[in-house]
Write a protein that binds this ligand. Structure first.
Ligand code: SAH
Ligand code: SF4
Length: 346
């Protein structure tokens, strides 16, 4: 839902302001799926609204649920025929998190990422970004799933800082008390390292969490895995992160996908410790290790055991580190597996 568009439509229809209040409460508070369900609105208003401005600009094509019920992946159709993926996760009993996409595809082309392999089709509009959250809130209401969806991570398809304006507008809607009302500290944006946007993000959204997809701490290796490193190398990234810490004093989360024999060796962990030492105080830097999820690439998968060994070296270097839970592997909904292939989309 684009709140401004709906408000304009109501004004066009010559309706008083309290009608927007009613729509807003039904859509964001009760997660209704259609104007028809807003019984406080006169039938003619519901019909006129539906005609003028659709409640959502995304439409469900299909949803897959993992065997344990803790990961749900949706394919959503967009108006221009593009398809985007989004995931709903339940990391603990009462908490739900959604992983949302910011682009159809991605131009960064990290070698291990399924989204990267498909190239960039286009960026999403702010409404297409936030509608993914709305979609899951409606889905939870319809399925009567207990608990609340109030964590959002921008870790789906696309590079959020390659479409900063759209992402920034979507964040404003998610944070808006009169819309999604999600707490800033419950939102994380992950970037592969668009250095110039990092400091800007710190100024615009100092309370929203920042995650950096690092994956290597030497330039040769990182350029090979994350081609973005050619434009913004590790020195540029460190400088941007120092500036970010200087203005926000917030913790930074680093994501590091472990690829067997490539970036998971003891010397890679030591290089990481050394690089982090140049970025900021140890207590503000946290490394999230991700066991590689198989994609159609030549990289070899790692296991939790590999991650534990790597983690031990980071801990010895004084850095906190966790091994990320891998929910949704059986439905290709885990990190880096988000790609819309025709065979899967049908
Ligand atoms: N483009 C942004 C946002 C996507 S986040 C970024 O890269 O930060 C998706 C996360 O999943 C990133 O940390 C990415 O590096 C990681 N990832 C990609 N492919 C993966 C794979 N095959 N296995 C595990 N993690 C992967
Ligand atoms: Fe793009 Fe992120 Fe995938 Fe890299 S890991 S190709 S930046 S979506």
């Amino acid at each position: 839902m684009d709140a401004a568009k709906v408000q304009a439509a109501l004004t066009d229809l010559g309706l008083p302001k309290f009608r927007w209040e009613q729509v807003r409460q039904a859509v964001f508070g009760q997660a209704v799926s259609s104007y028809d369900e807003i019984s406080v609105l006169p039938a003619a208003t519901r019909a006129a609204l539906a005609e003028k401005v659709p409640l959502m600009c995304v439409r469900e094509r299909r949803v897959d649920v993992s065997g344990d019920g803790r990961a749900h992946k949706a394919l959503l159709d967009l108006a221009d025929g593009s398809v985007v993926e989004t995931v709903l996760l339940r990391p603990s009993e009462t908490r739900w998190t959604t992983c949302i996409s910011s682009q159809v595809g991605c131009a960064v082309a990290c070698t291990f990422c399924a989204t990267g392999l498909m190239g960039l089709k286009r960026s999403l509009t702010p409404e297409e970004i936030t509608d993914q959250v709305l979609f899951w809130r409606q889905y939870m209401a319809k399925k009567k799933l207990p608990g609340r969806l109030d964590n959002v991570v921008y870790m789906g398809m696309g590079e959020p800082f390659a479409c900063y304006e759209q992402v920034s507008a979507s964040l404003k809607a998610l944070l808006d008390q009169k819309q999604f009302a999600i707490g800033a500290r419950h939102i994380s944006v992950s970037t592969s390292g668009v250095a110039p946007k990092i400091a800007l993000f710190g100024k615009d959204f100092p309370q929203v969490n920042l995650a950096i997809s690092l994956h290597a701490a030497t330039d040769d290796l990182r350029t090979r895995l994350v081609p973005m490193n050619k434009a913004f190398d590790l020195a540029a990234l460190a400088a941007a992160l120092k500036e970010y810490i200087g203005s926000t004093n917030r913790k930074i989360f680093f994501e590091y996908v472990l690829l067997k024999g490539e970036n998971d060796r003891p010397q890679d962990a030591d290089a990481l410790v050394k690089w982090l030492d140049g970025v900021g105080p140890k207590e503000l830097l946290h490394v999230n290790l991700i066991v590689f999820n198989q994609t159609d690439t030549q990289h070899k998968p790692t296991e939790e055991r590999d991650a534990r060994e790597f983690q031990a070296r980071l801990l010895a270097g004084g850095y906190k580190s966790t091994v990320r839970q891998n929910l949704g592997r059986d439905i290709d909904g885990a990190c880096g597996q988000l790609v819309v292939l025709e065979k899967k989309a049908k």
